[in-house]
Design a protein around this ligand. Sequence first.
Ligand code: NAD
Length: 463
Amino acid sequence: MSTQFAYTPIDEIPRIHADLRKSFRAGTLKSIEARRTQILQLAYLLQDNYDRFKTTFAQDLGRPSLEVAFLELNSTIGDCKIAYDRVAKWARTESAPFNVNFAAFRPVIRKEPKGVVLSISPFNYPVWLALGPMIGAIAAGNCFVLKPSELSPATSGLIAELIPKYMDPGVVRVVFGSVPETTKLLELPWDHILYTGNGRVARIVCAAAAKTLSPVSLELGGKSPVVIDPRCDLKTAAKRIMWGKCVNAGQTCVAPDYILVQEDAQDMVIQALKEAHDEFYPNGAAASPDFSHIINQMHFNRVRGLLEKTSGTAVFGGQTDEARLFVAPTVVKGVKGDDSLMSEELFGPVLPVVPVKDVDEAIEFINERDHPLALYVFSQDSSFKNKVFDNTQSGTAVANDTLIHCATDGLPFGGIGASGSGHHGRKFTFDMFTHLRASLDSPSWIDIILGSRFPPYNASLLL
Ligand code: NAD
């Protein structure tokens, strides 16, 4: 059953914005209990419609049910539970650290909502990246507008259908649509905009936000490298790299984008990757129910085009099927820095292997490019890991695994430079949408000590 949901009429958008502003001013989410009720409703929305979401994911991305459960639905329900349990603690007013010079002012930091916030989300994790920010924004007491991706129409449409049934329309609204609807949204002043997606659109968002002085956080992508120490546990490494690349057919912002390894270890690494691939998909990925397809024709053409232009050698994979938007997991050997496969984030199941002389050359290769969203190192040697981490910059630095850091409770998720700015994930999403309002209460008697601050000044008091 395909879910069709109509785009939001453009002339309704300013009214949605005005309604939420009115609701925010009326204090709809002032109390922690009101926030918890909405967070709980969001968890019910997912729980009650679990199977419908599995169907929409299959329609949009051919996504296997287990991946949908593990990486989208359960993790988002888990984030609801964390926020529900911890929101009172997160929102508690904090005393400033004790300082005898200022203690009399009773300085505190009030955790206040920013107001009415907007989140524009991408197609690749259409539940987790659409509803995760909503949880943190509501926990912080904001009213929230979601613009989910039109490229995953079944899942985004289902979200647009269900939000009004489960959530208070004075708290959350969905604007469903594509560029014209987003352009209209961006003409309005927001108390915060979170944009998750590619760098080209991020520039459009920032330019529009500059006109209304709306603060922006950017969760972007880029090419996340993997540096392999040839002495590492290669069998485990290959499995984890291949998994990170094949989940959602490589359409993950932190998917390992390319491998850097010493030239004389290249074949050994490729052999291990091939074994991992064959273990995952014994009859090939095309025949497997556990492998997704590329989101649409445009992205399929883009990935296929990059593969056609490479001067490296596809050592396995390389098959494509346009009718099914299928690209096989493909490992390409002997890729150089100026290759087509190194020209942009691949966002598909293609894994170039770039041979380097040694770890120093790998570090130089990374530092010559934009700071990646994730940097992976596979090594059991701490000096190897530290050398790579200490001499590079990236959103996250992960040793001996891939992707898993996004779900790790307590860790911020975000990029640096071209891979983004700002952090999200549970408490960090709450912080993103929270205004730290400095506050103090000065007693009258303090002027016995500080009375000399008032004119006429007495210069003799200067030391
Ligand atoms: P997308 O095409 O779904 O676009 C993202 C959003 O931008 C959508 O809501 C879309 O409607 C909107 N948009 C598109 N064109 C626009 C325009 N001209 N003006 C205003 N809004 C517009 O997804 P995408 O951008 O292709 O997503 C993939 C990218 O996102 C990759 O680079 C990936 O690495 C990155 N990503 C980052 C994170 C993160 O948390 N850092 C997570 C997921 C994806």
